[in-house]
Design a protein around this ligand. Structure first.
Ligand code: ATP
Length: 455
């Protein structure tokens, strides 16, 4: 196995067009990454799958797509302006900065809220904490993570706004509009895949911790008496999603409950789904929170708009409780890559054993030789036919063995070669990524073959 998996995955991602450093030709922007051609495909597949499972296949969930800028009062109401801070400490020798709560966790084995400078500074004063280099550190100070921007054209008349610190705020703010336009009955959910922006302190973990990233949220609105039941239901749904839909090895997943110290004061319960990133350990990929009625109560208070729900039958009026499933898209993407990466030493190849539904290309089409017109024309026909329904790769470079290995490394499940037999008998060679087995399939049936396999 690779020595440093994060480095291996980072370099494979760059070399094969999955993920690039943002603004690389200008020296790069740290903790910002762009998706390349294959990464964009994989990301779209993750997006479509999540939407299908969480929105399309659920009559009780409504999908929305909100902007990255919201009214600044949203962040007052949500508590982000006051409390969305992380305690930062500086190494007195190297002047490097670190997130203090992570040092507490690593060095003292206890968890602490990321903005609890009082407790953190007590540890520092008692000499219990140092920098990861062993040097003394400064007192902790809280740094707000919200990213500010300005809106408006006239100098002096510009409005200070914040880029979304968490994507889900669109959902709370649009809850009433969804109620009024779609008339859902409680329990129901609002889902969104959206951006979040955070001035993070700890950097350098590739896609895992970025300053701009995507979150996929289901916020499920329930009667207060049913919150615990639905919380358990959603925990099961989301756990199974990672295993059954993303194909992640269950042994590399675990639940981690937030201790009372870590939990937001309004949260009644909070659990994270963590993935065991080789070399990095178990890390959060999705947070599930029983958020009580905090969000809607706050927005009702700050906006002055009644956000209660009235049961049409009983006429009971109440502010719904919210069960939140908030997953990080970039972290799922990374977990999927870690999980799929396989060094096949026997056959001297690297394989991304991605679920075929997630693979950037569902198939690759090769003309055996590129200077034989009949073969190339037939291969083009097959490429065109398949690409009506799927993303398909085309490769006519080098020998077939090299082309197979190149597709294995990006996870293409089936390679289809058009050869001399195709012209004579109307069949192609289909080679399977995982078993490396080759079979002949009739050209007429190739579309059905791929469709059946993907089912
Ligand atoms: P962490 O403790 O790792 O900073 P968090 O508890 O702040 O994460 P949440 O606010 O619960 O994270 O956000 C929900 C999800 O968004 C997380 O489970 C994670 O997958 C993703 N996420 C959070 N911060 C980042 C980031 N800086 N880069 C990429 N994804 C992130």
């Amino acid at each position: 196995m690779a020595e440093n998996m994060l480095e291996t995955i980072t370099s494979l991602s760059k070399r094969r067009g999955f993920v690039y450093q943002n603004s690389e030709i200008y020296g790069g922007m740290s903790a910002l990454y762009d998706y390349g051609p294959l990464g964009a495909e994989l990301r779209n597949n993750l997006h479509d799958l999540w939407w299908k499972k969480m929105v399309h296949q659920r009559a009780d969930v409504y999908g929305i797509d909100g902007r990255n800028i919201l009214h600044p009062k949203v962040w007052e109401a949500s508590g982000h302006i006051k409390g969305f801070a992380d305690a930062l400490v500086e190494d007195k020798v190297t002047h490097e900065r670190f997130a203090a709560d992570k040092l507490v966790e690593d060095q003292l084995g206890v968890s602490v809220k990321s903005n609890d400078i009082e407790t953190i500074n007590t540890y520092i004063k008692e000499g219990k904490l140092k920098s990861p280099h062993g040097n003394p550190i400064t007192e902790a100070k809280n740094i707000n993570q919200l990213m500010a921007a300005e809106i408006g054209t006239v100098e002096g008349d510009k409005m200070k706004v914040y880029l979304k610190g968490e994507s889900c705020q669109n959902i709370y703010v649009n809850y009433k509009q969804v109620l009024d336009s779609m008339h859902p009955k409680i329990p129901f959910g609002i889902a969104q895949i959206g951006r979040a922006f955070r001035n993070e302190i700890t950097l350098g973990q590739f896609l895992f911790r970025q300053r701009e990233f995507d979150q996929a949220d289901v916020q499920y609105f329930v009667h207060p008496s049913e919150a615990s039941r639905y919380y358990e239901e959603w925990k099961e749904i989301r756990w199974n999603y990672y295993i059954n839909e993303l194909g992640i090895n269950e042994e590399r997943l675990r639940w981690q409950q937030h201790s009372e110290d870590e939990r937001a004061f309004y949260a009644r319960d909070a659990w994270d789904i963590q993935y065991n990133f080789e070399g990095m350990g178990f890390k959060e990929i999705e947070g599930l929170h029983d958020r009580s009625n905090y969000d809607l109560t706050q927005h009702q208070k700050f906006s002055g708009v009644d956000l209660s729900y009235t049961n049409p039958q009983t006429k009971e009026s109440f502010i719904p409780f919210i069960v939140e499933c908030s997953g990080g898209f970039d972290r799922s993407f990374l977990a999927v890559l870690f999980d799929a990466y396989y060094e096949d030493e026997v056959n001297d190849r690297i394989v991304l054993k991605l679920k075929p539904t997630l693979a950037p290309y569902k198939a690759a089409v090769f003309p055996l030789v590129k200077n034989k017109e009949d073969i190339v024309t037939k291969a083009k026909e097959i490429f065109n036919k398949l690409s009506d329904d799927y993303s398909v790769a085309w490769d006519d470079r080098g020998n077939i063995g090299k082309r197979y290995y190149s597709q294995d490394e990006i996870g293409t499940p089936w390679c289809i070669t058009v050869d001399y037999e195709t012209l004579e008998e109307g069949s192609v060679t289909v080679r399977d990524r995982d078993t490396m087995e080759q079979i002949r399939v009739s050209v007429k049936e190739i579309g059905e073959f791929v469709q059946d396999k993907l089912r």
